[in-house]
Ligand binder design. Sequence first.
Ligand code: SF4
Length: 416
Amino acid sequence: MGKERILVHICCAVDAIYFLKRLREDYPNAEIIGFFYDPNIHPYEEYLLRLKESERACQILGIKFIEGDYNLEGWLKKVKGYEHYPEKGARCVLCFDDRLEESVKKAKELSCNAFTTTLLMSPKKSQDQLKKVGENLAKTYGVKFIFKDYRKGGGVQEMNKLVRELQIWRQDYCGCLFALVRQKGEKAFLDLTGFYGRLPGTKEEHIFIRQLKVFAELKGLPTSEEEFQFLGWFPLRGKLEIAKTKEVIPSLIKPFSAPIRGVAKGVVTKKVGNKLYLNKQNVVIELTERLKGYPVESPTLSNPTFVVEKKYEKLLLKNKLSATLEVRVEFAKSRNLIVGDIEKSQKVVLIPADTTFGGEGITLRKAEGIIDQLSEEIKEGKTAVAVLGAQSYSLGWKYLKELHPQVEEKLIVENP
Ligand code: SF4
């Protein structure tokens, strides 16, 4: 008989790291394959985050990792009619069904003798439900289901310890948008809204930082994170248009602009310097040569302000305009990622993680290139890299200086 081969469905890195470690101890001669199949994770950015982190957990343990399809449509069809059920209810059984069935199929395709799931590790999941689903599928597909309760005997505490030690990303909701909205209510908007670029405090910024962390760790470089909170401003939607023709004027919305109630329809009644003032809801239009490169600074006023290129000035002055703007202000989190030993290093290289409100910023590839190029110096302790969160508002830098006052005296190389 050949070597035993076990396919392990992975739901997230938190549950996977300890479960896989224990499974490997129990099956020292088996080949273990991690299979990430989770179309129940919404939105897609959150899916990517958990995917990367799970890949990292497998890499730490030296376990092969494969990704399944992100079959969102198929998953939504499966749970149709069960959207309103609470966690641990009937929707979750359908969700387990879907994920475990895809896993047993993959196990069969890869000639595995057995399959199991890291969901068994989650204190929030019913092991009985999982066991039932797994054993039914085992009968149907002729692949053994391995049931393990690694939670008992202090397993959950051990898992939490390992997660802390390895700084594994810990999500704060199960996965699907239904559970998310039920759990967070109104606040779920930050998780479910896609923002252009990587605005401070958004999941887009977070993913960028996390991807760089995984990249650095896969290169064997030490990393640490320093999280901070701030009052974030999030534009949900807004536009400036010619009222009659509905022609949309390309514009940027100035950070910290106040929202507009309904639609502000009005005409420009005043021009001072480069600013046009509408006679409705304090709307301001700031003229600039080019939108690209428009600097982000914390304004002292919060009039709803659209930044528009000068070439539209005549059009704006001779037409009735219509402006809409919906924004949210919310306490948000961001973080600095430090690669290397910032205390000992002679040089600290700064990389801003977020982008401006025009979406300008460093690409992931470029940031990875900088870390890659400096990796030898980082290993030798001569250089550190600080990836700064919410840097459009200079917050990452302020927090870095607060925690590491000596860093200012070092040679700082700003990201080009
Ligand atoms: S709450 Fe979790 S287990 Fe239940 S359906 Fe949603 S993602 Fe699946």
